[in-house]
Design a protein around this ligand. Structure first.
Ligand code: SAH
Length: 488
């Protein structure tokens, strides 16, 4: 047992707007030093909700791999503290931020922490950036409060960690599907029912409201994704089963990736006592496609137009590549109040490669109360009502709309004459690659080359890179290759 595993300290933090991470780190290091404690003992950071977007504090929480809680001024003002300040009250509406936040975060909601629970009163530090940071430290109140003597002893001798297997929690990343109960999987419902704590974006929490009685609910805003993952790990380390809910599938622009990133940073490995389960759900592209017909029957891809975390040139290059390669595309996060031009740029890039009358379906709030479906075309799509709850499906060059259904052919018509009772077309065989499949195409290419067409002409004709054509021509079509294909 080493002090490194004793995650019991709660740090209350206050700081000026724009305080550098380095200043916060110095203040924290000094405060911990006064207690003779290591940063590994820190379980949670806490501050006032005015600071919920303070970059230094958020970076500090990430760096320490710990949760960060933000409290409203009124909640902080209600906590008796040793060092209230009139100046702090004037600026924030509470006489104490760091001391009160440390005490609040340390105490279970039904055990309001007494002021004596602070093990370090407000420590102030002015950094090289000229900004002030304050740190106060409390110890987390355990379910059975230790005697004062035991508490004092614990200050220097960390308590042994409980048996890992008996207290290990679990993180469940639950994809709840598009938003109607009927389209949520049985396992997703069960996972939410099993959970002690449910964390998610407010809208998703509302969608599963009927399952939540008696559970701890942590509602977070869209921009608090990492914070959500940190809260989940924190709760799981305390032995809780935590359901982190995402709409659609948790692995599609959802919480699965950020959660693993936070877990890896915290040193988590798959044999850690904290288990992770990802519960798949129908993503928006599955739901929206099902409502409009069968648009994804051939190769498709998803692109998010959100440039909050992805540079626009990256998004634009992907749009250009898939438009050129004739994928059916599902555009996620197509437009918001502030991001209105991205969809116009996407249209511009697509029109360079696709016909203006390419079918487009715009689906809003699929399987939710305000569901809306609109069929339009590539050149008209930006005139439609598009928002954050919309997915835009753009067809490929073969996609068509008939009787209000958007369909992308699977390719049967290339091989079978559907109007002649499904007979195979001339030169095609059932169960075999198309005559224009790889081997047939290689024969054509060899023949064209033998007729005297040079590599660049062939590259232009087949719309493929010249070096690819060259290396393909250099490799003869072997008998074994033909044979194995015949046997396939
Ligand atoms: N994890 C989610 C995607 C989250 S990104 C999933 O797998 O579906 C958020 C984007 O998803 C929205 O901007 C919208 O483009 C799409 N979306 C989510 N739910 C939707 C719904 N019910 N109807 C239409 N689009 C939806």
């Amino acid at each position: 047992m080493t002090p490194q595993t004793d995650h019991t300290l709660v740090l209350g933090l206050g700081c000026d707007r724009g305080t550098a991470l380095a200043t916060l780190q110095e203040a924290v290091a000094q405060a911990l030093q006064q207690l003779g404690a290591s940063v590994n003992a820190v379980a949670t950071l806490a501050s006032i909700d005015l600071k919920a977007d303070e970059p230094g504090l958020l970076s500090l929480a990430l760096q320490l791999n710990c949760a960060i809680h933000f409290y409203p001024a009124a909640a902080l003002a209600a906590v008796p503290v040793p060092n209230p300040s009139a100046t702090v009250l004037r600026h924030t509406g509470t006489p104490s931020v760091s001391e009160a936040a440390a005490l609040l975060a340390a105490g279970a909601p039904d055990h309001p922490a007494p002021p004596t629970a602070l093990c370090l009163e407000k420590h102030k530090w002015r950094g090289a950036d000229g900004k002030n940071a304050t740190v106060s430290i409390a110890r987390r109140i355990s379910p059975a409060p230790p005697t004062p003597a035991a508490r004092k002893a614990r200050m220097t001798t960390p308590s042994p960690i409980p048996d890992a297997a008996s207290t290990a929690g679990k993180i469940m990343l639950v994809g709840i599907g598009p938003g109607s109960e009927a389209h949520m999987t049985a396992r997703a419902r069960q996972a939410i029912q099993e959970a002690d704590t449910v964390i998610g974006y407010v809208t998703y929490i509302k969608l599963v409201a009927d399952l939540l009685e008696g559970k701890e609910i942590i509602r977070k805003s869209m921009t608090e994704e990492l914070d959500r993952a940190v809260s989940a790990l924190d709760a799981a380390r305390q032995g809780k089963k935590v359901a982190l809910i995402s709409s659609g599938d948790a692995g599609v622009y959802g919480m699965a990736g950020p959660t693993y990133e936070v877990l890896f940073q915290a040193g988590w490995t798959p044999d850690d006592p904290v288990q992770v389960e990802i519960i798949p759900g129908a993503s928006a592209l599955n739901s929206c496609a099902a409502l409009v017909g069968a648009p994804l029957t051939h190769d498709f891809c998803a692109i998010s137009l959100s440039d909050l975390l992805t540079p626009w040139p990256t998004i634009a290059r992907r749009l250009d590549a898939v438009a050129m390669a004739d994928f059916v595309v599902a555009l996620y996060n197509p437009k918001s109040g502030r991001r209105t031009r991205q969809i116009v740029e996407a249209q511009r890039l697509f029109l360079r490669h696709r016909r203006p009358d390419t079918p487009v379906a715009i689906v809003k709030s699929a399987y939710r109360r305000r569901e809306q479906i609109l069929f339009t075309t590539l050149d008209q799509m930006t005139e439609a009502d598009i928002g954050m709850l919309t997915t835009v499906l753009i067809g490929n060059s073969n996609t068509f709309v008939r009787h209000g259904l958007m369909v992308t052919p699977r390719g049967y018509a290339n091989k079978y004459d559907l109007e002649q009772g499904g007979d195979t077309r001339d030169g095609e065989k059932r169960g075999r690659s198309l005559s224009t499949g790889l081997l047939g195409w290689l024969d054509t290419l060899q023949a064209e080359h033998a007729e005297g067409l040079d590599i660049d002409t062939l590259a232009a004709r087949h719309r493929l890179p010249a070096d690819y054509i060259r290396s393909t021509l250099m490799e003869p079509v072997t008998a074994t290759a033909v044979e194995s294909e015949e046997n396939a």
